[in-house]
Write a protein that binds this ligand. Sequence first.
Ligand code: SAH
Length: 392
Amino acid sequence: MSTPRILLKAKRARPFFGMHPWVYAGAIEAVSGDPKDGDVVEVVSHVGNFIARGLYNSQSKIRVRLYTWDAQQSLDADFFRAQLQRAIQLRRDVLRLTGACRLVFSEADGLSGLSIDQFDRWLVVQFTSLALAMRREMFADLLTELVQPAGIYLRTERGIGQLEGLELQDGSLRGDAPGPLTIDENGLRVQISLTEGQKTGYYLDQRENRLAVGRLAVGRRMLDAFCYSGGFALHAARAGASAVLGVDASEPALQLARTNAELNGLTNIVFEKADVFNRLGTLVEAMERFGVIVLDPPKFARAGSAVDEAMRGYRRLLQQSLRLLEPGGIFAMCCCSGLIKREMLHDLLAQEASQARRLLQILESRGAAADHPVSALCPETEYLKCVICRVN
Ligand code: SAH
């Protein structure tokens, strides 16, 4: 039986010859061979030339995710083992990461729709592709073979059922679900919950940004807005901040944050439950001042249509922060929406700084840690920005 074929429209093949992995429905002229969701398909140009092999999903706007551009390569367990091995090798042998890290980052590792974080001896697997999720037993076997984890736990992202037609429940794929774990991050002890925590349990992507902001906080009063389990706050307090206030709307997150402060013997941090938008306002009214402010809100823009509103949210947060920031203060603005580009944040900073008549210097415009690489062939893999500024 021959592999089902996806015939592209004329003039729509270029991104895929360029190795971009997402074939949207709009680029497709015809589907032949009656592929089922999750099946291997060949993507061919309008004159029938092989371009790439991928996995089909009629329920997703991304109709085909591409994995190989080699006509001889089949998408079997050996292929996926090699992709996983290459991803793991980057973290172990090149980056030499020994602690918690992201082992696999989807398109950035040639595995569109699969992310894997390692915490202690556990793996947390997150599928954002129906076709890969259907192969989860194979992935669990391969990961057992390659990493020998104590357990593999499955987490699902909100909204993915709708995007991919994917109905998965959080739960253990191998081994028992672990209780709370303590990992080491830059020498701090951080408690996480793989089963209850946000995302895969912890935001590993900010690991190096926390260190970068923390070292600028010596002797200053710091506000960690949207603090989750306290990542930025802990780093600043350890570096010698005079006092730290962490604010988040989630009580479970704050409980983790308080535990983390205790675990590290840090006594100059207060964690407060509040809506950051409101709390910034009351801090301004009370004429409070900070020497360091970090804003790390959740993804405001999930779809292109939400970008304008997200930017309005950022603008409000920035305006209030500038009022709270003492002269010469450090401001770190983070953004994890891929749809909001770095230049847009730099523009926003320029607009609001000039409006407030303050000189704003960008000291570092950072991204995610290197275990969350950016694929040059899939620019959408660049999502996290952390712009660290000094505001006079
Ligand atoms: N800075 C954190 C990650 C932040 S994730 C770290 O370094 O790990 C975003 C956080 O924003 C989540 O913890 C979520 O609970 C919180 N959040 C979302 N909307 C909020 C709001 N309006 N006010 C306060 N916190 C909010």
